[in-house]
Design a protein around this ligand. Sequence first.
Ligand SMILES: C[S@@+](CC[C@H](N)C(=O)[O-])C[C@H]1O[C@@H](n2cnc3c(N)ncnc32)[C@H](O)[C@@H]1O
Length: 383
Amino acid sequence: MEIAITTFKGLEQVLADELKVLGAKDIAIGVRAVTCFGDKELLYRANYELRTALRVLIPFHQFIARDIDTLYQKIRAYNFSHYLRPDDTFAIDVVAHSEYFTHSQFVIHKIKDGIVDRMRAVFGVRPSIDTENPDFRLNVRITGDMVTLSADSSGDSLHKRGYRTKTVSAPMSEVLAAGLVFLSGWDRRSMFIDPMAGSGTIPIEAGMMAASIPPQFCRKRFAFHRWKNFDKHLWKKVVSEAVQKIKYDLPPIFASDKSRIAVDNIKTNMEKLPFRNGIITSHFDFFNVKQENATIIMNPPYDERMKVSDVYRFYEDIGTHLKHKCSGSDAWIFSSNAQAMKYIGLKPLKKHILFNGPLECRFNGYRLFSGSLKETKQNKLQE
Ligand SMILES: C[S@@+](CC[C@H](N)C(=O)[O-])C[C@H]1O[C@@H](n2cnc3c(N)ncnc32)[C@H](O)[C@@H]1O
């Protein structure tokens, strides 16, 4: 069957690489989504093991519509009984990138009417809406005039892993954090530091990757559990095979923040995860501590609302600290403030553009040489 997996714009290649490892066939990269072919086992593994997936969908019908009446008629003409019985509950999610359909709530309303009107005409009863825990979650993606209907096998978005119970302001999506760790190329063995860790999302995702803890280790509910064809034995096999790969011991991973509440939150957020030695948390100011010979990923505050009086000066200070106190490290900065990023004042070795929803963000990597760049190049030549 065809499986379509959604992600953040900019993480499609990372997601495709993850899918390859799972053994998916005919992988094709789209925008905010990757498609592939596989069986029910792949569907379950995709939900349980992919770190950069937001939703795992099974597309089942496609048609063209340019106005709301055509959309309604096409939905009404489709026989949903393979997925939905009249006494079931259902929910509808709409993602529209279309000049023809600009009002998502109205689109949802008309799609619901189309389904309900047909069911009532055929069976005399109608399924009801349950947005929290429905029997069937319909995903409708509209790109231009192309409407794709898919069964959503995940339910809640897969960034809701179940471990993060406490957050600071502006917490990062777990899916995005995992994507950043992949993009940084961290080897999962050497030292890793997030010196502005907030609720700890980046170092916790790094720790889960290093210890091979499945991203959904703590999550109990997936939409496909309620499907008529749910194979409980296959699901148990998928979970137990993934759990057997957990390594428990971690390389040195440090998470610190200048806010004590943030540090307490990181500790709480780790509690449900099976880390034996845990991520090392500390309460200090980034500017007071050296961070040498490590992979550093940080997501600094990006505007004045986040208690930084002068954002440009703050980014300039980050650049200076990295240059003088973090030699031998690879430092990565994630920020939605493109202007502030220019104040880092270091030449990035790698640059990525990612979208956090509609928000364009930069993820730049800097190599911080020990000694001067000239000396390092000479040392390398002599090796
Ligand atoms: C955007 S938040 C990080 C969010 C984090 N990625 C998460 O997922 O929760 C920025 C964090 O940087 C911290 N911070 C700001 N200035 C700092 C400094 N000088 N030293 C250490 N932490 C700092 C703030 O306390 C805040 O928790």
